[in-house]
Design a protein around this ligand. Structure first.
Ligand code: MSP
Length: 482
């Protein structure tokens, strides 16, 4: 049977435009999928939006637009960004989709009910709309949520509760033993210490308030007065997208997911609540969670007040999608926070793309076009990936993989400088000319090899290089100096 690779990304809240942090998640995910796809695996790449939320209703009201109309506008922007970033997703799931998402979310709910893990209880507490979660007094600073700067709402209502507490021991065991891998180790330690502190049951539904928009929120099966808590319905997307509870051919083929990519802020939802739901329902657990850090700018969290927000669209417009992908994949570690400023971006662009790979390709292909009788006949070995490179990607250290590719580019530059084929080719001595031609051929093969290694990260650049090699023509200027 063909090897399959199922990768998911967090479904983002469609209450505002996506920023560079979200672009990071998507780019990292895309590069991983492209790698597995080109290795011949059957891949499935899921993206989507988390729509049944209070914060979206608030944002729509502020914009003076009906919630479902507001959603369509924002989702269009998500897709536009993914298009301009070359994100090769297979499906975009929307949690307001009654046909695609709701049947599976409800089927999962019924399984939790059958396991005796849902019960009704009167609840009084503080709800933070920013987190879309209940918080406690100890989470607050001066009565406000420190992450969102807002006062939580005081709620007293009847909810269904999920018996998360029941799963603490088994979750601990699955994570400790790496049956559910949490990557990197620091996040594994973090979630284990959270679980060791004990897990409390959590509210899993909200009463359908008067004024709550029609078509929003998955109805609780058998209880029309309640809609599912947004995180309960959102996490279910990873299986509803595959047709769970509906037409489950894709589910049979691709579940369990190979990797859920997520940011560190939503670790608990993915490493505690979601696996507990799956265990309760008797379904398999995902194999790995890749938990990345945050993108900061100038050492600070991007925020409008600080004026350090970088819009991915703006960077793509100036530098091109591959340049943005390059920076995110090479200069940000998937395991830690990473920083970007307009200056650091420009510097990296000029040093490594304009003067680096762009310049190398232009020089080698100019020589080849002028002095080679025709295209170099490539052999399989030219496009074979190095073991170290594959190993870095497979262990999710994508920035290390990129360093290896750029080391190849530097070596090719050095070869060019040392062997000077551009000088020897003009020599009157036939042997020198012949040796220059051999050097050019070698360098062209190096370009093909570099292109193969660049393909998951910089798909456009890789395609242009391969086309230049196959047609023996100097290509368009890949990365003009800016
Ligand atoms: N809707 C939930 C996710 C549900 S998944 C079943 C959500 N959405 S969100 O719009 O707030 O996006 C959170 C995700 O955005 C984080 O996990 C992370 O992937 C990404 N990021 C948000 N800000 C970020 C940075 N500054 N840097 C990197 N990624 C960050 O939570």
């Amino acid at each position: 049977m063909e090897k399959t690779f199922y990768l998911t990304t967090p479904i983002f809240y469609p209450n505002a435009k996506l920023h560079l942090g979200h672009a990071y998640t998507m780019t990292l995910a895309d590069a991983l999928v492209r790698y597995h796809r080109s290795a011949g695996e059957e891949t499935y790449f899921l993206a989507g939006s988390d729509e049944n939320t209070q914060k979206m209703v608030d944002a729509a009201a502020k914009a003076g637009v009906e919630p479902l109309v507001f959603l369509d506008g924002i989702v269009k922007n998500f897709m536009k960004l993914y298009g301009s970033l070359d994100i090769s997703y297979d499906q975009f799931i929307r949690t307001t989709d009654k046909e695609v998402h709701w049947p599976g979310a409800q089927a999962l709910w019924k399984k939790l009910m059958e396991s005796g893990d849902l019960y009704k209880k009167e609840y009084e507490g503080l709800y933070c709309v920013g987190h879309e979660a209940f918080v406690t007094e100890k989470d607050l600073v001066d009565g406000k949520c420190p992450d969102h700067g807002t006062e939580p709402e005081h709620l007293k209502e009847e909810n269904y509760f999920f018996r998360l507490s029941r799963y603490a021991d088994v979750l601990k065991e699955k994570i400790e033993s790496d049956e559910l891998r949490v990557i990197p180790q620091s996040r594994k330690n973090e979630i284990l210490s959270f679980i060791r502190g004990g897990l409390e049951d959590i509210s899993f539904s909200r009463p359908r308030h008067r004024g709550w928009p029609e078509g929003l929120g998955v109805p609780v099966p058998g209880d029309d007065s309640q809609v599912m808590y947004v995180w309960c319905d959102a996490l279910a997307n990873y299986i509803t997208a595959l047709g769970f509870g509906r037409d489950d051919a894709l589910y049979q083929k691709f579940w369990p997911a190979n990797v859920h990519v997520l940011g560190k802020d939503i670790l608990r939802f993915h490493a505690a609540i979601w696996p507990a739901m799956l265990l309760s329902a008797g379904l398999s657990l995902p194999k790995a969670l890749l938990v990345h850090g945050f993108i900061t700018s100038g050492g600070k969290k991007m925020s409008k007040t600080l004026g350090n927000v970088i819009d991915p669209e703006e960077l793509i417009e100036t530098y091109g999608a591959d340049a943005v992908r390059y920076f995110l994949l090479r200069h940000i570690s998937p395991f830690e926070d990473g920083d970007i400023t307009r200056e650091s971006f420009k510097e990296a662009y000029n040093a490594n793309l304009a003067n680096g790979v762009g310049n190398l390709v232009a020089r080698v292909m100019k020589l080849a076009e002028e002095h080679m009788p025709g295209p170099v006949a490539l052999v399989d070995a030219d496009e074979r990936l190095d073991h170290d490179f594959s190993n870095s990607v497979e262990t999710l250290r994508f920035n290390d993989a990129m360093d290896l590719v750029f080391a190849k580019i530097s070596r090719a530059d050095e070869y060019m400088a040392e062997h000077a084929p551009f000088r020897l080719i003009k020599s009157e001595i036939a042997a020198e000319q012949e040796s220059a031609r051999k050097d050019i051929e070698y360098l062209v093969r190096q370009l093909a090899n570099i292109a193969a290694h660049l393909a998951p990260a910089l798909p456009h650049t890789a395609a242009v290089i391969m086309d230049a090699v196959r047609t023996n023509k100097k290509p368009e200027n890949l990365f003009p100096r800016l």
